[in-house]
Design a protein around this ligand. Structure first.
Ligand SMILES: Cc1cc2nc3c(=O)[nH]c(=O)nc-3n(C[C@H](O)[C@H](O)[C@H](O)COP(=O)(O)OP(=O)(O)OC[C@H]3O[C@@H](n4cnc5c(N)ncnc54)[C@H](O)[C@@H]3O)c2cc1C
Length: 388
């Protein structure tokens, strides 16, 4: 396999790395301070606006949207370096639009939905959310009970979703619901586009998570949706939803690589200047082993990402690779960040350094888009099936 990046993608990766260094990293102290004082872990609109302007000027927009929607249509291999660079800072930022819902829509929209939802989303004019999880169906989404029942030309949604990110800001939410309880995930779960302010669609409560993150519980109470907002084929919402998860899992792996490299840089910098008992930390074997493990494992993650991205660009099914990357990447970043915090001593426990924000971010990542145990299960099941 050839992992050489084309010159144009290599230059783009460099532009992104510069954008992160010059535009995002300087915002880190303010974001960290707001979170330390009980605020949300996010950029303010007045910080986002100039960043978005700059992104547009640099062409860092709609990076994986198809050209017919005004996008750059980058291959997965080019996106690895871009997401890795974004992971390098604790500042939460993504080049609009957020990819996973985009890919789910690309695979499913009809002409009317393309114009009404996909194109404005691809231009970065709207925000979307996705509602899959329920109080009794999280790791096992096939167990969802939110129902959509046909009523003439409409669907009536009833049920409850939980842990939904960004639904407070979303112009529309992709809602997964059971349309045929006898068929389950094999022909019985459909996706719907639900606009904000649709009667019967209500945010029931905000739930505060670690690290200044918020999620929401939402209710559907006789929420009437026109059939024109059924996304994709009735009963077959599960497969495009999985496609969406694969996109996110690769992104997450690349963010983890960025976070791990940042923590490793900080670990080396600190080890080279901090002395205890008359010797630099860099001269202690325990610290050297942490560094050696981190260098080796980040190299493995990088190769895993490049291989999976190359396969994806060749049209291969990378569901297992995406599971391995999500699992390995989040656990790797957890370990490296934790060891770096340990090496910094009390300073590593402060909210002044980005380490604790990165640690909390990656802690959340071990739950969403599938907890680690589910990925281990998926990987083992495929291997056992192969050898049976
Ligand atoms: C920050 C964040 C953002 C999120 N955003 C969204 C969103 O936008 N939209 C959305 O729909 N959902 C979202 N979620 C929900 C997320 O997808 C679920 O939390 C996740 O799928 C796990 O479901 P659960 O919390 O119900 O845990 P459960 O399903 O109750 O599982 C709990 C634990 O049990 C163990 N476990 C479960 N099954 C198995 C098994 N088969 N084998 C071994 N161990 C097992 C695992 O350790 C797992 O962590 C988000 C969650 C977080 C934390």
């Amino acid at each position: 396999m050839n992992f050489e990046l084309d010159e144009e993608y290599r230059l783009l990766n460099e532009t992104v790395a510069r954008f992160v260094r010059e535009e995002l990293v300087p915002l880190e102290p303010a974001v960290l301070e707001r979170e330390a004082n009980g605020g949300r872990y996010e950029l303010l609109p007045e910080e986002l606006e100039p960043l978005h302007k700059k992104c547009r000027a640099l062409g860092l927009w709609a990076l994986d949207c198809p050209e017919e929607t005004g996008g750059v249509d980058l291959p997965a291999i080019a996106l690895v370096g871009i997401n890795q660079a974004l992971g390098h800072t604790a500042v939460p930022f993504n080049f609009p639009p957020d990819s996973p819902n985009l890919h789910m829509m690309l695979a499913t929209v009809n002409d009317e939905q393309r114009e009404k939802y996909l194109e404005p989303y691809a231009r970065g004019e709207t925000i979307s959310a996705i509602a899959i999880s329920e109080p009794n169906a999280g790791a096992d989404p096939a167990g969802m009970t939110t129902k959509a029942v046909k009523d003439g030309d409409d669907w009536i949604l009833n049920g409850r979703k939980i842990w939904i990110s960004k639904v407070d800001q979303a112009d529309f939410t992709i809602v997964m619901a059971v349309t045929d309880p006898d068929k389950g995930s094999h022909g019985g779960i459909s996706a719907f586009l639900v606009d904000k302010d649709t009667p019967g669609f209500e945010i029931a409560r905000r739930i505060k998570l670690i690290g200044g993150h918020d999620n929401y519980e939402v209710l559907f109470d006789d929420c009437r949706i026109p059939n024109s907002q059924l996304l994709g084929k009735e009963g077959f919402g599960f497969a495009p939803m999985q496609l969406r998860l694969v996109v996110r899992r690769l992104e997450m792996g690349a963010w983890c690589l960025g976070m791990s490299n940042r923590a490793l840089d900080m670990l080396c910098e600190h080890a080279n200047q901090r002395s205890t008992f008359g010797s630099l930390l860099a001269d202690r074997q325990s610290i050297q082993w942490w560094i050696a493990d981190a260098v080796t494992r980040t190299h493995c993650l990088k190769l895993m990402l490049w291989e999976a991205a190359t396969k994806q660009d060749n049209g291969e099914d990378i569901r297992t690779e995406a599971s391995m990357i999500k699992l390995y990447g989040t656990e790797l970043a957890t370990d490296i960040i934790d060891r770096t915090m340990q090496a910094y001593g009390a300073m590593g426990m402060t909210k002044e350094l980005p380490l604790q924000a990165m640690a909390q971010k990656v802690r959340l990542m071990r739950i969403y888009e599938g907890p680690s145990e589910i990925h281990r299960w998926v990987i083992a099941r495929r291997k056992l099936k192969e050898s049976a």
